[in-house]
Design a protein around this ligand. Sequence first.
Ligand SMILES: NC(=O)c1ccc[n+]([C@@H]2O[C@H](COP(=O)([O-])OP(=O)(O)OC[C@H]3O[C@@H](n4cnc5c(N)ncnc54)[C@H](O)[C@@H]3O)[C@@H](O)[C@H]2O)c1
Length: 324
Amino acid sequence: MNILVTGGAGYIGSHMCKRLAEHGHRIAVIDDLSTGHEQAVRWGEFHRGDVGDGEFLDRVFERFRPEAVLHFAAKSIVAESVADPALYYRTNVAGSLRLIERVRKTPGCVFVLSSTAAIFGRPQAERIDETHPCAPINAYGRSKLMVENILAEYWAAYRLPSVSLRYFNAAGADASGAIGEAHTPETHLIPRILEAALGRAEPVRVFGADYDTRDGTCIRDYIHVDDLCQAHLDGLEYLRAHPGCHAFNLGNGRGFTVREVLDAATRVVGRRLAYQIGERRPGDPAMLVADAARAQQILHWRPAHPQLETLIESAWRWHRQRAF
Ligand SMILES: NC(=O)c1ccc[n+]([C@@H]2O[C@H](COP(=O)([O-])OP(=O)(O)OC[C@H]3O[C@@H](n4cnc5c(N)ncnc54)[C@H](O)[C@@H]3O)[C@@H](O)[C@H]2O)c1
């Protein structure tokens, strides 16, 4: 297939491109390099530009003729979305709408959205399945939910087939060590721990150790980036057989506390890692864990790397030798 990957210079998008190339697909990447890295674009043709630029999209679509668009490009830092919601609505909503409109004008083209657990807001259950109420508590979550809603209406009105994949906490890196997680600033726990272990960042601050969890620190569901890529392949296959508007929660269904992640990282790195206990951050739920049974039943998707240590080992390989 001809597959257009927006945000293909970013963390998850670059892993997706590698996987698509391994499966023999033709790839084009759109990325404005606002948070991504040109060195991560190693598979397929690269078009530098903004997903919100209609004329740019026209040029890429006319040349490449995509049969599927995997839309990773977005702003995705919760605190930034609170401080600058305009950036989030402009990029994540207006930009996505421009792209979806272009897909609508491309007969036979299907759309896959990188969505997020942030669309759910405060968890009302131990594990979050697709029936959980969507009540996002920040502009990031709201922006992604708006795009999901647009996709539902575009299926109902125009028959534009789509899948929204709600990732929980993406983590890990490609086994080669050639690509990996490289955000600036880095807000995610595992890369922050590993960069601190390498002396390239301050010791990690644990935001709150007084939560009602087994050791007082927050519980999150870490899902390997390769497993997320597999879910995209499964989602595309499903979409071709069952055109519609679909949504799946993607996680391991098992949560780890911040202290458990630190302990696992200590075992991987082979030495004790310093950290500080800080205040809780506003809006951080104690526990955020996916119920991914629907993806397992319908897409036949199973995480292949559910073990925390394996996941951290893959990230460690990347961080020790990272090229960008
Ligand atoms: N990393 C996670 O844990 C996680 C969890 C849930 C959802 N997501 C979603 O997955 C997607 C990818 O996340 P990531 O961690 O790889 O982020 P990332 O920042 O590494 O990648 C995003 C890419 O999009 C590009 N981009 C941003 N705005 C653009 C624009 N207007 N036009 C063109 N390109 C643009 C950036 O340059 C970057 O390369 C995002 O949509 C994010 O919301 C990520």
